[in-house]
Design a protein around this ligand. Structure first.
Ligand SMILES: [Ca+2]
Ligand SMILES: [Ca+2]
Ligand SMILES: [Ca+2]
Ligand SMILES: [Ca+2]
Length: 286
């Protein structure tokens, strides 16, 4: 199985990325300035403005539009950083939405292998979807095999797809990895913090921070069976994200705002963007 997967990966053009003419920057946090996941963006004040993207960077791929209505969804700013020692990617977004959806009655069945594989209850909530292909191999997220055991083994193994509920669903359930590696929720591998005076179905502004650990091979059986990606200065990684705005429906989304401007970023590293792991900014060098 592994040989087949490798050949499939090699068949993909490693240079494929979207937009073709862009390389986004990943800010390097020095050890003494690693941000705290608390929904307070003050620890991102050291990040220069050219590391942030605003709402003009996205394309709405469900209706094929770049026309933004900031009264409907305003992607005020978002950025990503990294830290060499902790080997993590850190994210922040500030978003205004006219209708936040983050309550769902079927919580008991959400955090299970079945729901993660079947995609049950995924949509109908506001979601920040993150796709990471850290070794930049163009690896796919899903569709490895028609044989369930093999498919379950390799989903998100080489390119990870995270669905982050924004705010956390029912106040606590914050992310859903598209695969069976449920152990990535442990704090050594991922964490979240957010702030915002918002109620379900009301409008408002949210600040959302989280970190994840990138993997070159993510195994459902645990970290001892997996290969973490070693983030290295000046390397290009594959990274993409999209904001899924659910306003009207409890089981679907109304808009899919993609940073790569591709909707298929959800399923493959072919459709995500290039990001460079930047050196320390000169004013932060000891
Ligand atoms: Ca913070
Ligand atoms: Ca909206
Ligand atoms: Ca990969
Ligand atoms: Ca919404």
């Amino acid at each position: 199985m592994r040989i087949v997967v490798t050949l499939l990966a090699l068949a993909l053009p490693a240079s494929a990325h979207f937009p073709h003419d862009s390389v986004f920057k990943v800010f390097q946090f020095p050890d003494q300035h690693v941000p705290t996941m608390d929904g307070d963006g003050a620890d991102w004040d050291i990040v220069p403005t050219d590391y942030f993207v605003d709402h003009t960077a996205y394309r709405e791929t469900l209706h094929d539009s770049t026309a933004t209505d900031t009264l409907d969804l305003h992607l005020i700013r978002a950025a990503v950083g990294w830290n060499d020692r902790l080997n993590r990617l850190y994210f922040i977004a500030e978003v205004y939405d006219d209708v936040w959806r983050f309550s769902h009655p079927n919580t008991d069945s959400l955090d299970t292998p079945h729901s993660r594989m079947a995609g049950a209850y995924v949509h109908g909530s506001d979601i920040w979807e993150i796709v990471v292909d850290a070794d930049h191999a163009g690896d796919r997220v899903i569709n490895f095999s028609e044989e369930p055991e093999a498919e379950f083994r390799y989903r998100s193994a080489y390119t990870q797809n995270y669905h982050l509920y924004m705010p956390p669903l029912n106040g606590h359930y914050w992310h859903w990895l598209w695969g069976k590696a449920l152990w990535t929720k442990r704090e050594e591998f991922s964490s979240v913090g957010w702030s915002g005076q918002v109620q379900h179905l009301d409008s408002g502004r949210v600040v959302y921070e989280f970190y994840i650990t990138p993997f070159d091979d993510l195994h459902p059986d645990g970290p001892e069976h997996s290969v973490a990606h070693d983030l290295t200065e000046n390397a290009i990684i594959g990274l993409g994200w999209a904001f899924l705005d659910a306003d009207e429906q409890a089981d679907g989304f109304d808009a899919f705002w993609s940073l790569s401007k591709e909707m298929k970023l959800y399923c493959s590293g072919e459709y995500i963007s290039d990001f460079k792991l930047m050196p320390l900014e000169s004013d932060l060098v000891d």
